[in-house]
Structure formats: C-alpha cells, structure tokens
Design a protein around this ligand. Structure first.
Ligand SMILES: [Zn+2]
Ligand SMILES: [Zn+2]
Length: 287
C-alpha cells in the first residue's frame, strides 16, 4: 500500500490562508468532512490508500506560549480538541484519515509537548526541527541564514535532530535534512556526521519520513537525499512516505520519484500507525 502521512489542511501564514479561504469555506470550513474529503480523493486518485492530517502545533492556542516568536503567536488561534474531533468525524464518515500533528522540537517545552499529546486520540506525532532557539531554518522572515554561518547552522541542527529523536516524544522524524530547503546543501562537516546521527536515530527507535516536499522547494530534491535514505535503510530505521502538502492538489505529489528512491535505498515496507502503534506494510508496486 501507499500512504501520505504528513498533510496540512491550510497553507502557512494568515495572508496565504486569507487568499485561499474561499476554497474551504465553499466546502463548509477547513475542518469539514467535505474539505478533508478533497485530500482523501486526491490521495485515492494517486493510488494512496491512507492519509494522516498532521497540522502544525503552532496553529493551536494550546501552544501559544511555547515560543516567543511573534509569527508563532499570531498563528496559534485554533482549538486542538475541535481539530481532533473533526478528524474523528471525518473518519466516522468512512474517510481513510489518521489523526496526526506536526510537533516542533522545542527543547525547553518537552513537558508541555508530552501533556498536549497525552489524552488526545493521536495516531502519530511527527517531530520537526524548524527552530534553532529564536531563529528558523526554513521560515523566510526569521531566518537563521541571515545571522549564522552555514557550518554552525548545520552543526546545531544535527545536535537538535539527535536530541529530538532521543526524546521519546515523536513517532516519526520529519524532513531530516531540512536546512537544505533554500539550497544550502550540507557542508563536509555535516556530511561527515550523518552516519553517527543516523545511528542515534536508529538506536532511538523512531521512524523517518521520505518526503516529496523538497521537490517543490528551491533545493529540488527529496527529504532526505537518496544517499541519506540509503543510510537510514541500512541502519534499520523504519520509514513513512509523505508529501507535506498544504493543499489538496499536492497530496501524494512526486510519489513516483519517492517510491523509486525508497526501492533504491532498499526499503520494501512503509510504516503505518494506529493510536501511535507502528506496523509494517509492503510498498505497492508502482505502475
Ligand atoms: Zn515541517
Ligand atoms: Zn509540514
């Protein structure tokens, strides 16, 4: 089977959401079964049987105080319980959708992360390193790249990635070589560290995702790079497959490229989740 385990129901940022609001308003709102059904329909059309909605934790009022960044605080307007209830309702209508969340790794907020996840019906929790303290590796307005040199950014990023993987908070580490998003490919010092980083992720028992989002970004390649995906496979790390789409049209985008890379890396199975319990399913033959 094929899955898409990293999806957002709206674009990031108030301006982009205002621009596209008419699309989900016409469906009855962005949490309506009709709007979520647009995602499952596009998945089905691309041969994908199961999806997970994984909204950013920074969208929810419950996380508003976690980060001092003004953009983060402006984004934190939604109700996490209403979100979970909407996904449960969509599933009750027969849509093949899992309840997920994309959780930022914030080392000072581990207790809060644990609390917000427990007692809620999540099937999977993605762990993402977007922030190095106050600076982001991928946010155009708060960029680490404006103030830090690439060697330092990659070094700090890899430290945080390992700490996040070892925290026990996450089921899947998302886009593990994200700092390349704008084309800042890893320097030699970072490339040399990958075997040790991968060994730590493997020892932590957390999965990684193969994401096609990078194909739609300036870097123009998968997360992780196919060579890195091969290292993950040889280390025995379980894998999920995802698009990180922020609109229905991008669900499962670029999957022929990703499925080929998974096969080339040696992966024969994808990881499925239900209530945070992982199982393995054979990757479908790609016609
Ligand atoms: Zn992300
Ligand atoms: Zn995402």
């Amino acid at each position: 089977m094929l899955t898409d385990y990293h999806l957002h129901l709206q674009p990031d940022g108030a301006a982009a959401r205002a621009e596209h609001a008419a699309e989900w308003d016409a469906a009855g709102g962005y949490l309506s079964p009709a709007w979520i059904g647009r995602y499952t329909a596009r998945a089905r059309a691309r041969g994908v049987q199961e999806i997970a909605i994984t909204e950013h934790v920074h969208r929810f009022a419950e996380a508003r105080e976690w980060h001092p960044n003004p953009w983060w605080r402006d984004e934190a307007t939604e109700d996490l319980d209403a979100y979970c209830a909407a996904l449960e309702a969509a599933r009750a209508e027969g849509l093949p959708v899992l309840i997920g969340i994309e959780m930022d790794w914030l080392p000072d907020r581990q207790a809060e992360i644990r609390r917000v996840v427990s007692d809620r019906p999540f099937d999977l929790v993605l762990g993402s390193v977007h922030w190095l303290a106050e600076r982001a590796v991928d946010h155009p307005d708060y960029l680490a790249w404006d103030t830090l040199d690439p060697e330092e950014i990659w070094a700090r990023y890899l430290d945080e990635l390992v700490a996040a993987a070892r925290s026990g908070l996450f089921d899947v580490m998302a886009h593990i070589d994200l700092p390349k998003v704008f084309g800042h490919r890893p320097p030699e010092s970072a490339l040399a560290r990958w075997p040790e980083v991968i060994a730590q992720i493997a020892a932590a028992g957390v999965a990684v995702e193969c994401s096609t989002a990078g194909l739609r970004k300036p870097v123009g390649e998968l997360y992780p790079h196919p060579d890195l995906l091969g290292l993950c496979a040889r280390a025995g790390i379980a894998v999920t497959l995802s698009s990180d789409a922020h609109r229905p049209a991008d669900v499962a985008a670029g999957y022929p490229t990703a499925v080929a890379a998974l096969g080339g890396a040696g992966y024969r199975h994808l990881t499925r989740f239900a209530r945070r319990v992982a199982t393995q399913a054979p990757i479908a033959d790609w016609a």
